[in-house]
Design a protein around this ligand. Structure first.
Ligand code: PLP
Length: 451
């Protein structure tokens, strides 16, 4: 395709290297330029409206024009636009936000460390786990276990934890000491005649086998999303986390809950950990923490994790970790206002009120000739496209069948996320029932087009 000289599309192709984009296809097709947002909708540069059924990247929980967040940012920018928290410095938005998060935590937590993104939060969690075990004199206990298709970010450490197909090839990842255990997707990996509960038992046995093969004295932590997001919205089978955590406890392995997508009401509880029964030692969160209006993430650690870390920082002089933007005051002020809106507008009650319709309309799509499985919780869901419902065969195991239906959805004014054979939906938490109907009416048309 040729672009108008000096147009935004031409300049984008000329200058921008896009994340998660086929660079050659981009040179050919150019960008989709989004110019403004309004509630659950965004608009492109031609004025076309789209229902944003992914809240951007699973994150803009309050939609695309929450003016209270603009005001909170402006007020903080006018008061103290920047300050850091190194070397005993502090500021009120950082203190207030840490206190708020500790009060909201799903299990007793002791301290909060702030970062800028989900990747940085998970990177930090991994470093803190290493620091913690060094402090306890357990220098060999450093290995991390995550899951095939788990998603934890893209820094060198967090991309190593990530287990989705495109994040390792070409990058010489994962780094040594990061292992990936089985994916708990019952529809895909459950064996014939195996119940969901038996499947969960087998998943926990796989984890135990891995820990024993590696040597329990070398395994430090296990990280998991309560419901896997970017791996295709995989809801864990019944009893899964109960059994996984029993194994972790047996071998003194820490549990890290990656709440970057599931946190703040997405699954119908405030934390995904509450939905699936995780009791984390460390919890990471980001995205809906600030409704993504500004970048901020957090790592919460338990008292048992904190104490050795504090001792080690004393022995070494300081905790040698921190970002220029750790607890950025403007981001923290926006996060505080976001949490205030969740409370004042009863967002969790709203999610609980509208999610039955969301799940009902989602599951109704399993009647469609293309759809093999639908799955979800709260305002989080996905459908899986299959070539044959009986054999569950994929149309194209290499590329995945979601892209065609995803492109058809875009034509109908609906933005979804195609993940291999799956299509994911995580709309802003403020979505109304009529907008949920609009979402699934459009998706049905898109599936008809793709059939
Ligand atoms: N963890 C999970 C569960 C995520 O879904 C993501 C991003 O989608 C990340 C971590 C990484 O977050 P970020 O893209 O902010 O680095």
């Amino acid at each position: 395709m040729s672009f108008q000289p000096n147009s935004p599309a031409a300049r984008d192709v000329a200058y921008v290297l896009h994340p998660y984009t086929n660079a050659r296809a981009h040179e050919e097709n150019g960008p989709m330029i989004i110019t403004k947002g309004d509630g659950v909708y965004v608009y492109d540069d031609g004025g076309k409206q789209y229902l944003e059924a992914m809240a951007g990247l699973w994150c803009a929980s309050l939609g695309f024009n929450e003016n209270r967040l603009v005001k909170a940012a402006t007020k903080q920018l006018e008061t103290l636009p920047y300050y850091h928290t190194f070397a005993h410095k502090a500021h009120l938005p950082g203190i207030d936000l840490a206190e708020k998060l500790i009060n909201l935590a799903p299990v007793p937590m002791s301290k909060v460390f702030f970062a800028g993104s989900g990747s940085e939060a998970n990177d930090t969690a991994m470093k803190l786990v290493w620091y913690y075990n060094n402090a306890r004199g357990r220098h060999a206990k450093k290995k991390m276990i995550s899951r095939i298709k788990g998603y934890h970010g893209v820094t060198i450490a967090s991309a190593s934890l990530t287990g989705t197909p495109v994040n390792h090839p070409g990058f010489d990842l994962p780094i040594a000491g990061v292992k990936h255990t089985s994916n708990p997707h019952y529809y895909r990996f459950g064996q014939s005649g195996e119940s969901e509960v038996d499947f969960a038992t087998r998943m926990a046995q796989d984890l135990e086998t891995m820990i024993l093969e590696e040597g329990p004295e070398t395994v430090a932590a296990f990280i998991a999303e309560p419901i896997m997001g970017a791996g295709g919205v995989i809801v864990p089978p019944e009893t899964y986390f109960e059994k996984i955590q029993a194994v972790l406890k047996k071998y003194d392995v820490l549990m890290i809950a990656d709440e970057v997508i599931c946190g703040f009401g997405r699954t119908g509880e405030f934390w995904g950990s509450q939905t699936v029964g995780i009791k984390p030692d460390i919890l990471t969160c980001a995205k809906a923490l600030s409704s993504s209006y500004l970048p901020i993430s957090a790592v919460m650690i338990s008292e048992d994790v904190y104490q050795p870390i504090a001792d080690q920082s004393q022995d070494l002089g300081v905790l040698g970790h921190g970002y220029t933007y750790t607890a950025h005051p403007v981001c923290a002020a926006v996060a505080l206002e976001t949490l205030k809106i969740y409370e004042e507008d009863n967002i969790l009650d709203h999610v609980r009120a509208v999610s039955p319709l969301f799940q009902e309309r989602l599951h109704a799509l399993s009647e469609h000739e293309l759809v093999g499985e639908t799955r979800g919780r709260g305002l989080m869901g996905a459908l899986e496209i299959v070539a044959d419902k009986g054999t569950r065969a994929s149309y194209d195991p290499k590329v995945g069948a979601g892209a065609k239906a995803g492109a058809a959805a875009t034509e109908h004014g609906l933005i979804v996320r195609a993940i291999g054979d799956s299509i994911a939906f995580t709309p802003p938490l403020i979505i109304t029932e009529s907008q949920i109907n609009e979402l699934f009416d459009k998706m049905t048309k898109a599936l008809d087009d793709a059939a």
